[in-house]
Design a protein around this ligand. Structure first.
Ligand code: FAD
Length: 177
């Protein structure tokens, strides 16, 4: 794709349904189709969306219990060894490592990544899902656990950008997702 299109990097500050895109440096460009994939920044560009962005923090630990540790899935979060680094990481909504340290006293937190996760009543139990909508020339996507769907979403969103509608597979018959 990079060989076939011109890539310009910039921060988008506003969008118009007519395909106009304003960048932070003041440049305004106009496109036949605009695809918005800005994650947690979606409400800033498009207004309120039917999802809630909640904090999600991943702590990285080292210590005796991190070596050879197993994957762990619990209501509080999920954890797994970081390859062969001898470290173990646990992602959770509460930005406090105390719970893990109480369970595994040998572990010490050595890193912290603060992210967001998406909550919505229409997300399935595992939290996998998305919502796609079109406003004029603009197609926008927001969802949770989208990484695994990357190739599929790429293809379906490309189809959306080539038409004036949205492919059925993208909306699953529901106007919102
Ligand atoms: C700790 C963690 C673990 C995860 N594990 C998994 C997993 O195992 N499997 C899975 O499927 N998913 C996983 N996910 C979820 C997955 O990473 C997200 O669902 C996915 O990254 C969302 O993609 P996105 O394109 O919507 O948003 P993002 O990945 O957030 O991308 C948005 C992009 O838009 C850019 N941007 C924002 N605002 C603007 C602007 N105004 N102008 C220009 N650019 C802008 C940002 O810089 C960013 O590059 C995990 C997420 C986290 C935080």
């Amino acid at each position: 794709m990079a060989a076939r299109v011109e890539i310009r990097r910039g921060r988008v500050v506003s969008l118009g349904d007519d395909g106009s895109v304003r960048l932070a440096d003041g440049t305004v460009t106009r496109a036949e189709q605009v695809l918005v994939c800005v994650g947690a920044q979606t409400p800033e560009l498009l207004g309120p969306v039917d999802v809630e962005f909640v904090p999600h923090t991943r702590f990285t630990y080292q210590g005796a219990d991190a070596t050879g540790a197993a994957c762990l899935a619990a209501p509080e979060g999920y954890g797994l060894p970081l390859g062969s680094t001898g470290r173990w990481a646990f992602g959770q909504e509460i930005p406090d490592p105390a719970g893990v340290r109480a369970l595994f006293p040998s572990l010490s937190p050595v890193g912290q990544v603060d992210c967001v996760s998406v909550h919505a009543p229409w997300l399935d139990a595992g939290g996998d899902g998305w919502m796609v909508w079109r406003r004029g020339r603009v197609v926008a996507l927001v969802g949770n656990n989208l990484m695994k769907f990357g190739p599929l979403l790429g293809e379906l969103l490309a189809q959306a950008a080539l038409t004036e509608g949205l492919p059925d597979e993208l909306t699953l018959g529901d106007a919102r997702r």
